[in-house]
Design a protein around this ligand. Structure first.
Ligand code: UN1
Length: 489
C-alpha cells in the first residue's frame, strides 16, 4: 500500500525520500510512503492555521457532532483498522481491536465534552462583580506518536485538541503509514472542514520540522525519553507548549497476602502482551520474601503456554518485536544479565526458524535492584524478578528508578493497598491488576523522566490542549479596586 499525506483535505505524496515498511512477522513489504520535506510540513501548518480561524468559531457542541461521526466510523471500520495494525506492528487481533476501541471511546468521550467543557464561576471579593473562567483553544497542535499504539495514542492527542477548537498536524511513526491512512480516512469521511486535521508521514525529520515550526503552538510527543529531551529543549527556545509521554520501568509488587494465581496471570499479561512494547508494560516484579519460588514457578508455567508467532494465526498470544534494532537492544540486555550471573529462567533468545523479529518471553531473576536491567527501559518481552523484605522495601525499590509511569500492587490487605497507593511515586497505580490497560476517561501519564508533568486523556487532556481565559465583569458602575476596596459595603 502506497500511503500519502493528507493536507488541507487533499491526499498528496510527501516530497522526501521513500520509506519502505515491512511486516515484522514476515519481513514482507506492507506499506510505503514518501517522507515529508520542510515545505510539506509548512504547507500543512499553513492549512491548519487557516482552518483554525474558522474551526475555533464553530460552537463546541457542533464540533462534537464531527467527533461522534468519527467515533461511528472508527466503530464501523474497527476490524479493518485492526488488521492493518496487526500487519504493520505485529499486534494480536484482540489487542489491535482493543486499541481501536480505545480510540472509539475517546471519540465519544470528547464528543460529549462539546456540551460540557466546564469552566468555573467563582464569587468575587467585590460586590456587583462577576468572575468566571472559560477554556480557549491554543492554536495548531503538532502531534507526534510512536509505533506501538498507532491509533489509540494519536486519538488521545487529536480528539481532545479538536473538540477544544484547535487544529492538528499529526506525524505518526514511520512504521505505521497504512494504519495512519485508514485512521485519517475516518476524519476525512466524517466531513471535517479541510485543514482541521492534517497527516504528514515520515521519519524523525518532519517531526523535527514540526517542533521547530514557529506557528505550531503545542507539541504533544510520545516516544523515548532521549528524543523527548531533544523535543523539549528545542520547543523551549520558542516558549512552545509541550506535553511528553516518555519511557517507563513499570513494576508489579506482589505481597505474601496476595492471590498469587491472579498475580501470576496479571504479571504475564502485563509483561508479555504486545511483546512488552507498551510504555505501561511490566518489566519488574518486586516479590515479598517467602513467595519468590512459588510465584516464579507459576509465572514460568503460564509463560510456557504462550504461543509466539505471526499474529494472522488467531491462536498466537505474542507477536514479533517491531524491527531488528529492537531485537538487538533486547539481546544486549540478555548478554548483560548473563555477565551479571543472573539466571535466565526462560526465553533469553530470539526465535530461530521464523522470518520475523521474534524474541522469546524471558524471565530473569533474582535481579539486583541496582542493576541496569532493573533500571533501564528494555521495551521487549523481558521480566526481571527482584526480592524485597516487605512492602516498605518494595516501595523503595519501585521508586528507585528514574521513570514513574505505572505500578501495580497485588495484596488482599486493605492497609497494604492504601500504603502502596500513597507511597508509590508513579502517575498510575493499580491494585490487583497488572500495569497495563489504562481507560481513556482518566488521566494518563507519569512522573520523573516519564514526562514533563502533563497528562493525556480524561479531563486532564482538556488542560493540556487549552488556555484558560479568566473573565471579570464589574457591573457596579464605579471603580472598585480588588484587594483594596473590599470592605466598603
Ligand atoms: C502506551 O504504551 O504508549 O494502558 C500506551 C495501556 C494502554 C495504553 C498504552 N491503554 O496499556
Amino acid at each position: 500500500m502506497q500511503a500519502q499525506n493528507f493536507v488541507g483535505g487533499t491526499w498528496k505524496s510527501g516530497s522526501g525520500e521513500k520509506i519502505l515498511n515491512y511486516n515484522p512477522a514476515t519481513r514482507e513489504p506492507v506499506s510505503e510512503a514518501n517522507s515529508s520535506s520542510e515545505q510539506d510540513v509548512q504547507e500543512a501548518v499553513v492549512k491548519a492555521g487557516a482552518a483554525f480561524e474558522l474551526w475555533r468559531k464553530k460552537p463546541a457542541p457542533l464540533r462534537g457532532e464531527y467527533l461522534y461521526q468519527i467515533g461511528m466510523l472508527l466503530k464501523e471500520r474497527k476490524q479493518r483498522i485492526a488488521r492493518l495494525i496487526s500487519l504493520e506492528v505485529g499486534k494480536t487481533k484482540v489487542e489491535a481491536e482493543g486499541e481501536v476501541q480505545e480510540a472509539i471511546d475517546m471519540a465519544f468521550y470528547m464528543a460529549g465534552e462539546g456540551r460540557r467543557m466546564f469552566g468555573h464561576t467563582i464569587p468575587s471579593e467585590l460586590p456587583d462583580k462577576w468572575t468566571m473562567s472559560a477554556r480557549e483553544p491554543v492554536g495548531i497542535i503538532g502531534a507526534i506518536s510512536a509505533f506501538n499504539f498507532p491509533v489509540a495514542v494519536p486519538s488521545w492527542k487529536i480528539l481532545p485538541s479538536l473538540i477544544l477548537g484547535n487544529t492538528v498536524v499529526w506525524k505518526p511513526s514511520p512504521e505505521t503509514p497504512a494504519t495512519a491512512t485508514e485512521f485519517t480516512r475516518c476524519f476525512e469521511d466524517a466531513g471535517l472542514p479541510p485543514g482541521v486535521f492534517n497527516l504528514i508521514l515520515g521519519d524523525a525529520q518532519p517531526g523535527q520540522f514540526l517542533v521547530e515550526e514557529p506557528r505550531v503552538a503545542h507539541i504533544s510527543f510520545t516516544g523515548s525519553t532521549e528524543t523527548g529531551k531533544v523535543v523539549y529543549e528545542s520547543a523551549a527556545k520558542q516558549l512552545k507548549r509541550v506535553s511528553l509521554e516518555l519511557g517507563g520501568k513499570n513494576a508489579i509488587i506482589v505481597l505474601k497476602d496476595a492471590n498469587l494465581e491472579l498475580a501470576a496471570e496479571g504479571i504475564v499479561w502485563a509483561a508479555f502482551g504486545t511483546s512488552g512494547q507498551r510504555c505501561t508494560a511490566a518489566s519488574r516484579v518486586i516479590i515479598e520474601e517467602g513467595i519468590y519460588d512459588q510465584l516464579l514457578q507459576r509465572i514460568l508455567q503460564i509463560t510456557s503456554q504462550l504461543n509466539i508467532g505471526d499474529v494472522r494465526d488467531e491462536n498466537v498470544d505474542v507477536g514479533p518485536l517491531i524491527n531488528e534494532n529492537s531485537i538487538e537492544k533486547v539481546e544486549a540486555y540478555i548478554k548483560r544479565a548473563v555477565e551479571e550471573n543472573i539466571k535466565v529462567h526462560c526465553g533469553g533468545k530470539r526465535l530461530e526458524g521464523l522470518p520475523g523479529h521474534f524474541f522469546a518471553p524471558t524471565v530473569l531473576g533474582p535481579v539486583d535492584p541496582t542493576s541496569p536491567l532493573a533500571k533501564e527501559e528494555i521495551f521487549g518481552p523481558v521480566l526481571c524478578l527482584i526480592k524485597a523484605q516487605g512492602l516498605d522495601e518494595a516501595i523503595k525499590i519501585n521508586n528507585s528508578v528514574s521513570y514513574g509511569l505505572s505500578t501495580a500492587v497485588f495484596t488482599r490487605n486493605v492497609n497494604h493497598a492504601f500504603t502502596g497507593i500513597k507511597g508509590i511515586d508513579t502517575g498510575i497505580v493499580y491494585v490487583n491488576h497488572g500495569t497495563t490497560g489504562a481507560e481513556i476517561q482518566l488521566p494518563f501519564g507519569g512522573t520523573k523522566d516519564t514526562g514533563n508533568g502533563m497528562r493525556e486523556a480524561g479531563q486532564a487532556a482538556l488542560d493540556a490542549f487549552s488556555e484558560w481565559k479568566t473573565i471579570y465583569i464589574d457591573y457596579s458602575d464605579k471603580l472598585q479596586r480588588a484587594q483594596i476596596d473590599t470592605d466598603l459595603l
